[in-house]
Design a protein. Structure first.
Length: 220
């Protein structure tokens, strides 16, 4: 076992498609496309800001910007759903196996941590609405260091806080680019490949690949 288990939030613990799914009946056949564009632009905006070294616009603001873009890109979606969709995103569902996985790690006396580009406020609400408060020891937001992943500064918040070397950390993410950044930093990495995506960064290979978090404790 590692002493600290770090989890990305969005797409790893929390289902980023849940907000659109919750309003699927009102959105109609454009729902899947809207969810995909919204998520893609949200990430793209964080990467561009990260490359510029400017994280003055936090991840929640980028989430709002990305939804506005998605409405324009997809078209034929009622824009009065903007606020309901954003409200639903604040309270995303976690994946079904998440509570049991985190509980199993806690029972083995591991520290359980979230490290996310999400803003402090949106992460606090997501953890609370999913009922994970007692299962998470620390929540680190990229907002705390003024950078976005994959900047090493973001990953370093974990090692600095716990005063440990990177190889004492197991880092779990569904985002392959995030796994690449964490691997480069020196973390042990587990790619949660929920959608059976092909590998993108063979030179920064994950230490393990799992289809979900369900089997993570069993592999320790």
């Amino acid at each position: 076992m590692h002493s600290v288990y770090v989890f990305d939030a969005y797409g790893t613990l929390f289902d980023t498609g849940a907000a659109v799914a919750r309003h699927g009946g009102e959105i109609g056949e454009k729902g899947r496309e809207l969810a995909e564009v919204w998520r893609r632009k949200q990430l793209e905006y964080s990467w561009v800001r990260g490359l510029m070294g400017d994280a003055s616009r936090n991840f929640w603001e980028l989430t709002e910007d990305a939804l506005d873009y998605a409405f324009e890109k997809v078209g034929d979606v009622d824009k009065s759903l903007r606020e309901p969709l954003l409200e639903a995103y604040r309270d995303l569902d976690c994946y079904p196996e998440v509570p049991a996985t985190l509980r199993a790690l806690k029972e083995r006396e591991a520290r359980v941590v979230i490290l996310s580009n999400g803003s402090r406020e949106m992460l606090a609400r997501a953890v609370r609405s999913a009922g994970l408060e007692t299962l998470v020891d620390e929540v680190f937001s990229a907002e705390d260091c003024g950078q976005y992943k994959t900047s090493p500064t973001v990953y370093d918040m974990v090692t600095t806080n716990f005063r440990i070397y990177p190889d004492a950390v197991s880092f779990q993410s569904s985002n392959r680019w995030d796994i690449a950044g964490a691997k480069h930093f020196g973390f042990h990495t587990v790619w949660i490949n929920r959608k059976s995506e092909p590998d993108e960064y063979p030179d920064l290979a994950p230490d393990a690949i799992l289809p979900d978090l369900k089997t993570l404790p069993g592999g320790l």
